[in-house]
Design a protein around this ligand. Structure first.
Ligand SMILES: NC(=O)c1ccc[n+]([C@@H]2O[C@H](COP(=O)([O-])OP(=O)(O)OC[C@H]3O[C@@H](n4cnc5c(N)ncnc54)[C@H](OP(=O)(O)O)[C@@H]3O)[C@@H](O)[C@H]2O)c1
Length: 300
């Protein structure tokens, strides 16, 4: 039901060309917000934009790779240039991976921390001056894997834990400015058919449809995020597995470590043996990182 809180608010949703980000954008649009879509793949972003336009919603889209600090600034500048204000930043763009630390491609750690941690940090940094004016919201779409270190998914888990730490610090830093900082620890969610993750060797792989778990839908996650914004909630955990994990990790840490140890083979299989169609492409680290490497090489 509409309550007008979101009417004419301006929301920037990173990584909103598909999946949960797209569902959040759609939900906010239906509540009367203006939404800026974002992603790296122009075709995918254009498809989503056209889908929304065809449904009568006027959206603006910006191609930007949030792993690059300059592109984060560009993304926020574009939002301000078009709408003149920013009320909500949803740090949704994210990437996942699978595999043991020993066998993971070196680039996997860089790509995941640049996407899930520093990308969200830079976007937030550039958005803060504008959010101060609107007493707005910074939202982080985190994961149950961001509640504690998860075996065979360590790069993802560590990058999401770093993002959670960022949100805790930010909440206190922004308290006196009336900015709401919210974090959502999301459990397993039905994935978009185009969802790709980083395989252990650094290649990109389309995640097969999950069918052995009780899954949330992207739409139900989006509704929870909207309610978190409207009620200025600090922290939410989603899905039954999410509640269980949150409770045991928080209140029974020794027991939860024992459970993970006992189920290590199962977890390894869940993360690493689920197959998926390889994309003919090795993921690249971001431009900024490449520039640093190129600069260092030039100096030698
Ligand atoms: N699905 C789950 O089960 C689940 C569970 C817990 C938490 N989450 C979290 O929820 C968020 C969304 O997940 P999802 O499953 O919806 O992901 P998804 O289907 O893979 O979609 C990711 C979105 O982010 C964009 N993106 C990725 N890297 C980007 C970058 N460097 N710069 C700009 N955009 C980028 C993608 O578009 P391009 O590829 O074109 O850039 C796409 O629009 C993530 O933060 C994820 O960690 C998901």
């Amino acid at each position: 039901m509409k309550n007008n809180y979101l009417k004419n608010k301006v929301a920037l949703v990173s990584g909103s060309s598909m999946g949960i980000g797209k569902a959040i954008a759609w939900d906010l649009l239906q509540q009367g917000a203006e939404v800026i879509l974002n992603g790296r793949d122009d075709e995918k972003l254009e498809r989503t934009k056209n889908e929304f336009l065809a449904n009568g919603f006027n959206v603006y889209s910006v191609i930007a790779d949030i792993r690059d600090q300059d592109e984060c600034k560009f993304l926020v500048d574009q939002a301000i240039g078009v709408y003149g204000q920013l009320d909500i930043l949803v740090n949704n763009a994210g990437m996942s991976s699978r595999g043991s630390i020993e066998h993971s491609a070196d680039t996997n750690f860089t790509i995941l921390s640049e996407t899930n941690f520093t990308g969200a940090a830079h976007l937030s940094k550039y958005a803060i001056p504008y959010l101060k004016e609107t007493k707005g919201h910074v939202i982080f779409i985190n994961s149950v894997a961001g509640l504690r270190g998860m075996p065979f998914n360590s790069a993802y888990s560590a990058s999401k834990m770093a993002q959670a730490a960022l949100s805790e610090a930010l909440r206190i830093e922004l308290y006196d400015f009336g900015i709401h900082v919210g974090i959502a620890f999301v459990g397993f969610t039905q994935n978009d058919p185009y969802k790709k993750i980083l395989d252990v060797d650094g290649s990109l792989v389309y995640l097969p449809k999950r069918n052995n778990l009780r899954l949330a839908t992207a739409e139900s996650v989006a509704r929870s995020i909207r309610k978190m914004i409207e009620k200025r909630k600090k922290r939410i955990t989603l899905t039954g597995l999410g509640y269980l994990a949150n409770f045991t990790f928080r209140y029974l840490p020794v027991f939860s470590t024992w459970l993970l140890w006992l189920n290590r083979e199962k977890i390894r299989n869940q993360y690493t043996m689920i197959g998926g169609v390889k994309q003919d492409e090795i993921a690249q680290v971001s431009n900024r990182y490449q520039k640093i490497v190129a600069g260092a090489e030039a100096e030698v």
